[in-house]
Ligand binder design. Structure first.
Ligand SMILES: [Zn+2]
Length: 474
């Protein structure tokens, strides 16, 4: 069948580029060179971790799609096969195939049909590095850069990479890390170069013929408990405002778009049945708002000029002058110089983010002091990195200030560090079990880790810790 069609195409001169032109025709006609597939050109590319995460920005997406006629595509990093099933009996890989379809149907409710899934595996912890490891950081980044080059977004929206008291899901953070990296790499012809190399033959197998692409703006949203801390970091949009075209509030459109997520959000069906009057009453209870009003999109970086609080598409115009202030000096290299004397810093994902912000020049909001929430009665880990002279061993003393009923398990006392520029250490503390009454009154505690070497202070690390009835493993 295919061969017969090919023969017909050759007969009628339809096979792309293979028609033989006579010299006289060559002068008169030009051959059309195929462009990129315009069906996939997008205004906004949303990059999230799990099916239902898109719900973090659907009130804004409803506005952008229905009333500003923007094209939106969504990338999910995992298929969401872990966690409980609140609707039917399937679990694990079976739940993953269900959640993939729930996510596609949810996106379709907003008219989003360009939806992709990476190969990340659900990783239930607060540590972004666990997620990056379990996902296969490199292969998934390569896949995401390909999607950015194929969809050519003006704007990318993703989870905020950072550690905060809240759900603080490592997978959410990892989606934000990959999206930030892809934002910075997609326009670099040396990043995954086979993707941006032209095909050399008709039946090309390896060279992808995409082109480098620079998305103009990067925005974040966060799963932190305290959303107020992000006020003023980017444009704020009312979720209760009524869509002129849909005659419904954006929050209602967002909740309607969440109804296919039955395995995670079965109550969405009930919400959908409410009359406009009942729904208004429901929203009057602040506990029923899944989003802050207004919701802020945190500006990560922008290649076009405009105000941080300006609209998402402000400055994104043809022939916009680019904001070259983004080409920040590589402070990361400087940071790696051997220190004059031993110094302790917070390590783990906090240490990673310090380097990440410098590397990607994203002045993204971070907690004033490193912070985290852990389940009361679980072990708290404080990762440390001690920078010292790589030519000598180091005799280090670690002391920990913590409330009396917090039991230090390991990491305090005298330590002999090997000859190296930086040594990773960990302090582990068993947190107390709390009754319901104690939990209600429990305020965040500040734990202080002090380091000294040769009788001199080597600095200290402070960590604000909130105990909760439940939290993801650290
Ligand atoms: Zn999630």
């Amino acid at each position: 069948m295919k061969r017969a069609l090919m023969r017909m195409a050759v007969l009628f001169g339809l096979a792309g580029g293979s028609a033989i032109l006579l010299p006289a025709q060559q002068a008169a006609t030009s051959q059309t060179v195929k462009g990129p597939d315009e069906r996939f050109k997008t205004d906004i590319l949303v990059v999230v971790a799990h099916p239902d995460d898109e719900g973090g920005v659907t009130p804004y997406l409803a506005r952008a799609i229905f009333d500003e006629h923007k094209r939106v595509a969504v990338v999910f990093a995992t298929r969401g096969g872990s966690g409980g099933n609140d609707y039917s009996r399937e679990h694990g890989p079976a739940l993953a195939i269900i959640r993939e379809q729930e996510a596609r149907t949810a996106c379709a409710k907003l008219g989003i049909t360009n939806v992709w899934f990476l190969d990340g595996k659900d990783t239930a912890s607060q540590n972004v590095l666990n997620s990056l490891s379990n996902w296969g950081h490199g292969a998934n980044l390569e896949a995401l850069v390909r999607i950015v080059r194929a969809t050519r977004p003006e704007v990318m929206i993703t989870w905020l990479p950072g550690v905060f008291i809240g759900e603080n899901h490592g997978d959410h953070q990892a989606a934000g890390v990959l999206a930030t990296e892809a934002f910075d790499m997609a326009n670099d012809p040396t990043a995954f170069p086979a993707q941006v190399t032209g095909a050399t033959k008709r039946l090309e197998l390896y060279l992808e013929n995409l082109t480098p692409w620079q998305p103009k703006k990067l925005y974040y949203f966060s799963d932190a408990d305290d959303q107020k801390q992000f006020d003023g970091t980017g444009p704020a949009y009312s979720i209760k405002e009524v869509s002129p075209s849909q005659k419904k509030s954006y929050v209602r459109l967002a909740l309607e778009a969440a109804t296919p997520h039955l395995t995670q959000f079965p109550q969405a069906q009930e919400l959908q049945k409410m009359t406009e009057e009942q729904f208004k009453k429901f929203l009057d209870d602040p506990n029923n708002l899944f989003w802050p009003e207004p919701m802020t999109l945190i500006l990560g970086k922008s290649w076009v000029n405009g105000k941080a609080m300006g609209d998402v598409f402000e400055g994104i115009v043809p022939k916009a002058t680019w904001n070259h202030n983004l080409q920040c000096p590589d402070q990361f290299i400087e940071h790696r110089d051997p220190p004059l004397q031993a110094a302790v810093e917070v390590g783990g994902s906090w240490g990673f983010y310090k380097a990440f912000r410098l590397k990607h020049c994203t002045p993204t909001p971070e907690a004033k002091m490193p912070e985290i929430a852990v389940k009361a009665g679980s072990n708290l880990q404080i990762p440390l990195i001690v920078r010292h002279d790589y030519g000598e061993t180091l005799d280090l003393q670690i002391n920990v200030d913590a409330p009396a009923d917090w039991r230090i398990q390991q990491g305090a006392g005298r330590l002999a560090l090997p000859k190296e520029g930086g040594t990773d250490l960990i302090v582990e503390i068993l947190t107390p079990q709390l009754s319901k009454e104690q939990m209600a009154k429990s305020a965040a505690q500040t734990i202080i880790v002090r380091a000294s070497a040769g009788g001199r202070s080597a600095g200290e690390v402070r960590l604000k810790v909130q105990l909760k009835a439940s939290a993801l493993a650290q």
